[in-house]
Design a protein around this ligand. Structure first.
Ligand SMILES: Nc1ncnc2c1ncn2[C@@H]1O[C@H](COP(=O)(O)OP(=O)(O)OP(=O)(O)O)[C@@H](O)[C@H]1O
Ligand SMILES: [Mg+2]
Length: 261
């Protein structure tokens, strides 16, 4: 059984906008899947449905054998804990009034009984527990300890995205959905964030669903790639098959546009 199973997911807005049409694919444990497509192809809609932010019009999603009940929209708590998301715009994803340490601890505050495996805090008081977890998470995403006390407007774009990643991995999700996490960053910082995601994925055996319109980023990070066009899955292939003749003409046009061939 695959770790994540997406079965015939469709999403229609206002009765006539078919944002997603019968999308099916699977993600294995620890696998990184890339979703490639131009603006409006349905990428964010898919991310929101998989994370439970929005319901699908039809179709099924199963994670580790547990079904996300689309009708009730009420997510089983364990599903919510297992799937976390990183957003394109790190600035608006962080509350400007919260210090970095507060932002990072927010998801965990819903689970006071959880002692994450990356921090040795079982014998600590509440306050020391939080300090240690924040310290460990900052280290994991390559930020200095002192940043715990800063506010988002004191951080660079790349640093803010690292805080967003720290928040997202704090609950040790088994699936991390990244919706264009590097789109607003300059090229050098993009590469650093991709490297960080790669390292975290290896260290924690996370599955990653990485959404991008950037062929190069997807090629760099993902072992399997799915191409969306107008809400339809037009192509799916393994990383090393990107340049194969069998690629869909639309995939070829994306490659050409990115001039990586
Ligand atoms: N809440 C909504 N109400 C109506 N239409 C919507 C809504 N959200 C998305 N859509 C439509 O669904 C389609 C897919 O949008 P989506 O945001 O998923 O695209 P995307 O691939 O993420 O694009 P981008 O690369 O620009 O972020 C678009 O036609 C969009 O206008
Ligand atoms: Mg989008």
């Amino acid at each position: 059984m695959s770790y994540v199973e997406i079965g015939n997911i469709s999403r229609t807005y206002n009765k006539n906008v078919h944002a997603l049409k019968e999308i099916s694919f699977t993600i294995q444990e620890g696998e990184s899947i890339g979703i490639l497509g131009e603006s409006g192809s349905g990428k964010s809609t898919l991310a929101k449905i998989i994370t439970g932010i929005e319901p699908a019009t039809s179709g099924t999603i199963t994670l580790d054998g547990e079904s996300l009940n689309q009708k009730k929209r009420k997510l089983i708590s364990s599903y919510r804990k297992k799937v976390q998301m990183i957003f394109q715009d790190a600035t608006s994803a962080l509350n400007p009034r919260l210090r970095v340490e507060q932002s990072i601890m927010e998801p965990l505050s819903n689970y006071p009984d959880i002692n994450p495996s990356y921090s040795d805090v079982s014998s600590f008081s509440k306050k020391r527990r939080e300090q240690q977890i924040v310290r460990d998470l900052l280290k994991m995403v390559g930020l200095k300890e002192e940043m715990a006390l800063m506010y988002p407007d004191q951080l660079s774009g790349g640093q803010k995205q690292r805080v967003g990643i720290a928040r997202a991995i704090s609950l040790e999700p088994s699936l991390l959905v990244c919706d264009e996490p590097t789109a607003s960053l300059d090229v050098t910082v993009q590469k650093q964030i991709l490297d960080l995601l790669k390292a975290l994925q290896n260290q924690h055996n996370m599955s990653i669903l990485f959404i991008s319109h950037d062929v190069r980023a997807v090629y760099y990070l993902c072992s399997r790639i799915i191409v969306l066009k107008n809400g339809e899955m037009v192509d799916t292939f393994k990383r090393d098959e990107l340049y194969d003749e069998a690629r869909h003409p639309y995939t070829k046009s994306l490659i050409q546009a990115a001039s990586v061939s």
